[in-house]
Design a binder for this molecule. Sequence first.
Ligand code: BG6
Length: 483
Amino acid sequence: MVSRVIPVDSFDLVIFGGTGDLARRKILPALFHRFVAGQMPDGARVIGAARSELTDDEYRDLVREALTEFIPEDRLPDDQLNAFIERMGYVCIDATGEDGWADLKGRMREDVVRAFYFSVSPSLFGALAERLHEHDVAGPNARIVVEKPFGHDLASARSLNATLREHFDEEQIYRIDHYLGKETVQNLMAVRFGNVLFEPLWNSQYVDHIQITVAETVGVGGRGSYYDRSGAMRDMVQNHLMQLFCLIAMEPPSRFEPDAVRDEKLKVIRALEPVQPNEIVRGQYAGDGEPSYRDDVEDPRSRTESFIALKLHLSNWRWAGTPFYLRTGKKLRARTSEIAVVFKDAPHSIFGGETARHRNVLAIRLQPNEGMTLRVTIKEPGPGGMRLVDVPLDMTFADALGPDVEDVPDAYERLVMDVIRGNQTLFMRGDEVEAAWAWTDPVIAAWEARSDVPKPYEPGSAGPEDAAVMMHREGRKWREIKA
Ligand code: BG6
């Protein structure tokens, strides 16, 4: 694949939590790939900041180990690795105290972009913003990057927004939802707004319903204490699935620019109707022979959901009457994410009722095996009369873009570089996050009020039976979860 490298200005990027899991697994490898692609200008530097007492050299060793662990050997040439590591520095810092801030300030250069990545526990976001300001480390054009979770509910998200805005303008705050950095997610906008073909049909007149599935095979082992306080609704629906839903449902923005796109997404969230209790199915994995969810979180009475399916309604002209079905879960049959637009039956069958069973479906596969399939109805070949059959018009990125498709950049590569470029299009605005919580909160409150217990489902299945029943009731069917 030919990828265009857009030059960026020189920068100092400080990663708070620079020794942590996200930095090691995602942020540092993403920076390395951009370095290899030639997108890290001369002089651009990365400074890890954390509590551990490390020297610059010790931090460089840590970065070397992380890259060796998370990047395949054939993509990690020694000379590039050494040159990249040269750009690393380290400051030992106390996020809630005063230690280390003068040192950090001393390392900041004038006339370069300053970016501060908060890859730390959310409880420290406010303290970091405050200290950056007080110690005059940030400077007038600084950018801060805030990881999820952005709040636990509407009240905490509001209060976090208020704290950050005491010290930074909205234009300086980059709230990450890494789904927006995925190539295929950006492709949703290209498919919708770069083709004349789909947009005229993209409404309740032609679309029967839309399904969004994000299925994972992993459980919650290892992150039990975080996950058990969140559940699938807070961990996935409020952010990642909500973003996918917005991109599918929104009106065409006038430009691919931050506020034009985010205004349209916000309108979608605000047009959501409250979910009815019988339109939600919550599940928890529990099977014979392997640890159950409750084992993983070490709470035999946990009522947190590791699976959720729900039906959404939008009250606006485009979508009134067309439901959206969202589902996500851990320990499911396969790791697969897709969006399926299921079109209505042809209004009249000239072939004697046959078409009613053949529906056009546009399936957009987000991961793995990224691509699109459009199911169309054709005549079954042969002399046996006018029999209809569904066939796929199939496109995978791998076929369309050639063998280098493996090099599709990770979401973090795109997002970190957008921060340096100062482009907020793929980041969430404060009001958008609050609107998503405003819709999520009452849904959670309703199941908490009735002490709802999630339905058990077998690890390796498609989730609890009730999720299938919810669809069957309406004469619809979930798409199969398969790799
Ligand atoms: C994270 C969630 O935000 O996204 C995880 O906290 C989830 O629970 C992950 O596993 C999924 O991301 P991806 O990129 O693997 O689909």
